[in-house]
Design a protein around this ligand. Sequence first.
Ligand code: NIG
Ligand code: FE
Length: 404
Amino acid sequence: MADAGIRTEVAVGIDDGLIVAVGTMTDVERELANIERSGDSEYHAQCEYIDCAGRVVTPGLVDSHTHAVFGRPRYDEQELRAAGAGYMEIAQKGGGIHSSVRDLRLRSEDDLLALTRARLQRLARYGTTTVEIKSGYGLSIEDELKSLRVIASVQSEANLRVVPTWLGAHEIPQDYRSGPDGRRRYIEQLVSEQLPTVAREKLAIFADVFCEPGVFTLDETRAILETARGRGLTLKLHADELEPSGGAELAAELGATSADHLAAISEAGIAALASSSTVATLLPGTMFFLGRTRQAPARALIESGAVVALATDFNPGTSPTPNLPLIMTIGVSQLHMSVAEVLLATTVNGAAALGLAGSTGQIASGFSADVALWECEDAREIPYWYGDARCVATWCRGEPVHTA
Ligand code: NIG
Ligand code: FE
C-alpha cells in the first residue's frame, strides 16, 4: 500500500462506460481512433474532452460500509454521550439502534426512499461513486424487506453503484426481549425465515452480523453467517468494534469478504486477517464521533500484510457523515496512515471489500469509468483540507453523478 501509482501528465480515455486508455494524450487519441475505425464514423465528433489540467483525478471513491436507510437522526444521543453516557448504556435503555428501529417501522417505503435518495446525493458530493448500504433498522421480516427494497430502488435509479447488504442481525429487537427464549426465537426467525426470504428475492449480495459482546455472540454470529453462506450470500462482520471478542478471527475462518470496525482487534485477530484475504475495513469516523480515543491499529494491520480499507460507516447513531475524504483525514492524522494508503483504502481496497476489485476502484484499462475530479493540485490535498468538499465532479460507468 506504499505506492498508489500517482502519475502526472496523464490522459484517460473512456468509451461506453469503461476506461479504455490511460497514458499520454497521443496514446489516448490513438486508442479512441482504433475504436472509431472499428465502428461508428460519427464517433470522433461525439467525443467530449474535459480539461483536468492543474487538478487531480482519482478513481471514484468506494464507501464500502454504510447504514443509509434510516428515518430520524439521533442528535439527542450525541449530547447524552458528551454528558458522560456510554454507547452501550444508551442502547440498554432503549435508545441507540432500538430507537432507530421504532422510528423506521412507522415509516412508509416511499418516505424512506426519499430520505435515502437524498443521502446518496450527499455522499456523492464528496467523491463516492460506489456505496454499500445495509438494512438493519427493521429487525422484522417485513421491515427488513422494506429497507432492502429501498436499497434496490436507489440501486436502480441512482447513477452511482449501490451494493446491498442484509443486516437483520444488527440487534435483538425489543419485541423479542421479554420471554426467556426471545433471543433464541429471533435468531431462529433470522435463519429460517428472514434469510431465506432475502436470498429468494435476491435483495442482498452480502450478509452482515453485529458480532459484539452484548449484541450477537461469536457462536450466534457463526450460525447466522453459515446459513447465509448456504443461501448464496457473501459475508461481512461488524467485528471487535468496542471489545475484542474474536470477531476478526471468525471473519478470517469463515472466509468473509471483510471484517469491519476492528478498533478493539487482538494480536491474534491481526494475525488472522494478515494471513487471509478478508479485508480489514476500518471506520475511524465512528470512534471519532463516539468520542473514544482508541482507534483501529491500522499500522500494525498494514505492516502485517492485511488488506486495509476505510469507509464512513454512515449511520444515525455513531457516524452521521457522508464525507469519505474526512475519513481519509482521520486515517492520516489519527491512524498514522500515509496519503497513498488512505487513497488505496478508499478505492482499490474498498472495491475489494465489496468483491469488486476487478471492475472498479482503479484508473486502468478495462475498469469501469468511475472517476472523481478534485479541486486540488496535489493528491495530498485531498485529506489535507479536512471537512472541505474539494470534489468537483464524478462519473460512474462514464455517466456524470455529481457536479459541483
Ligand atoms: O456500525 N455497530 C453497529 N452498528 C452501527 C451503529 C448503529 C447505530 O448506533 O445506529 C455501527 O456503528
Ligand atoms: Fe456499521
